[in-house]
Design a protein around this ligand. Structure first.
Ligand SMILES: [Fe+2]
Ligand SMILES: [Fe+2]
Length: 206
């Protein structure tokens, strides 16, 4: 995976995101590293459980089952890496916080519709979360003062970039490409609005 990730010159174009992260965020995150680690640990947990839910909800779709099964393991591995990092610092996992970013994304999902339409929104929302996480990890991997932590986040950045493309690819397996593209652009636009509307704070990954 390591060599598959291409660095973009222009952060704005990373993974198609319409709005780059506010540059102040990485400085704030560096100050609240404990909170970032806790929030990050839960992000990884949620990524694993979302994949499990997709496998359960779309068990008749072979590609979903086979492609997402190893991602569950990978995301859970990410969770354990972050947990290990907390423990190294004599910190505990702590409580999960309200995930305002994800909650706002969920409201954009179409209600009703066919199972395939629901699948489309679920996959695109997951792709988007991966893309934004990847962008944030890139920021951390470039902007933190601690070299060890810069390397730590670089590893996550590379994996989440691979996940982002996998979810888009899965969407194109089950739905017409044109439909995927149109809806993806709607999601990107909506997400930019969400990011714009959220307070810039260093204790959250998103
Ligand atoms: Fe992950
Ligand atoms: Fe991921």
């Amino acid at each position: 995976m390591e060599n598959e990730f291409e660095y973009s010159e222009d952060t704005k174009n990373i993974l198609g995101l319409h709005l780059p992260t506010d540059p102040r965020w990485v400085d704030l995150a560096g100050i609240s590293l404990k909170d970032i680690l806790t929030d990050h640990a839960y992000c990884e947990q949620k990524a694993a459980t979302s994949c499990i839910s997709l496998i359960q909800g779309f068990a008749d779709k072979e590609k979903i089952v086979t492609e997402l099964a190893p991602i569950v393991t990978e995301e859970w591995g990410h969770f354990r890496l972050v947990l290990q990092e907390l423990h190294k610092r004599n910190l505990q996992l702590g409580k999960q916080r309200k995930d305002e970013y994800v909650n706002r994304l969920i409201t954009f999902m179409k209600k009703g519709g066919s199972p395939n339409e629901r699948l489309l929104d679920q996959l695109l929302m997951m792709a988007l979360i991966e893309a934004r996480s990847c962008e944030r990890f890139k920021r951390l991997s470039e902007g933190l003062n601690d070299e060890y932590m810069r390397k730590f986040y670089r590893r996550f950045m590379e994996s989440e970039a691979g996940h982002y493309t996998l979810f888009i690819d899965l969407a194109e397996t089950y739905l017409p490409k044109e439909k995927v593209r149109t809806r993806w652009h709607e999601w990107l636009e909506y997400e930019a609005g969400v990011i714009k509307g959220l307070e810039v704070r260093g204790d959250r990954v998103h």
